[in-house]
Structures are given as structure tokens and as C-alpha cells.
Design a protein around this ligand. Structure first.
Ligand code: 5GP
Ligand code: ZN
Length: 144
């Protein structure tokens, strides 16, 4: 269920703070602390699984459906022009946190990260991140 050394398990348990935009029985969705774009969010299953190979099929299916709902919701709130849905497995593939997660990366025309396989980070102040989080929370309850 939980890995004591896992940072995302600690975020899910509320032991490490994170800007949560959506939560239900199975998932917590947070803003990425080092966003590649405005509104970059992560879908975290509450049950610990290291990667795609380990996650339960039913949770994977639910995560995919939640990604779709959130992409629609976030496009409405953020007025982004497109979306990258990314999911890394293993260090060689760029995975740094070994608790399955799906990246939701809103894309904007003219944004600096044209190549999402080689992205750098954009800087937002804590106030800007708080504001983005509040915008995304509004209306997200209805997604469950
Ligand atoms: P990965 O490289 O494993 O696919 O993605 C891990 C993501 O988690 C990175 O984009 C990183 O910025 C984000 N991340 C790592 N630690 C934290 C944290 O403590 N809080 C939040 N909100 N995001 C984190
Ligand atoms: Zn975990």
C-alpha cells in the first residue's frame, strides 16, 4: 500500500505539503514543484506502485480516464492550446520518483519548451503557483 521512503506516499498522507488540485478515493492530483509549464500537474495513485509495470490494471484504467477529465477541465481553466501526457518508467527514461505518476503538461503557443523530451523548468513564484492551484481546484470536485 505504502512505501515508507517514498516522497509521493508522504505527500498522499499529508506529511509533505503539496498544492492539491483534485483528490478522490484513489488519486491525489498535485501541481509539480518544478513545472515545465503553467499548470503542470501530476496524477498520483494513492496506492504505492513503483511504475507502469507494477500498477494495478484497474487503477491504470481509472488514471487514464482521470487524465482525460483533467485535460478537459484544465484546458477550460488555463486556456492552454494543447497537452502532453507523459509517464516515465525507470531512471534511464527520466523517472526520478519511483511512485507511478502521470504528468499533465499544458502547452501554450509560443512557450519555451518546444521539445518536451528535453524540457527545462519554468519559474513561478509561490504566489503564482497558489493562484494556479486555486484556479484549478475550482470546479474540479465535480470530476469524480
Ligand atoms: P519523474 O521524473 O519521476 O517522471 O517526475 C517526477 C516529478 O515530480 C518531477 O517533475 C518533479 O518536479 C516532481 N516532484 C519531485 N518531488 C516533488 C515534491 O516534493 N512535490 C511536488 N509537488 N513535485 C515533486
Ligand atoms: Zn509511494
Amino acid at each position: 500500500m505504502r512505501d515508507e521512503n517514498c516522497i509521493f506516499c508522504k505527500i498522499i498522507a499529508g506529511e509533505i505539503p503539496a498544492r492539491t488540485i483534485y483528490e478522490d478515493e484513489d488519486f491525489k492530483v498535485i501541481l509539480d514543484a518544478n513545472p515545465a509549464s503553467r499548470g503542470h500537474a501530476l496524477i498520483l495513485p494513492k496506492e504505492h506502485a513503483a511504475n507502469l509495470y507494477e500498477i494495478r490494471d484497474d487503477l491504470l484504467a481509472k488514471a487514464a480516464m482521470l487524465a482525460k477529465k483533467l485535460a478537459v477541465h484544465m484546458t477550460g481553466v488555463l486556456a492552454c492550446d494543447g497537452f502532453n501526457i507523459l509517464q516515465n518508467n525507470g531512471e534511464i527514461a527520466g523517472q526520478t520518483v519511483f511512485h507511478f505518476h502521470i504528468h499533465l503538461v499544458p502547452r501554450y503557443k509560443g512557450m519555451k519548451n518546444d521539445d518536451m523530451l528535453n524540457w527545462t523548468h519554468e519559474k513561478f513564484t509561490a504566489e503564482e503557483q497558489d493562484s494556479i492551484c486555486q484556479q484549478l481546484q475550482a470546479g474540479a470536485e465535480s470530476l469524480s
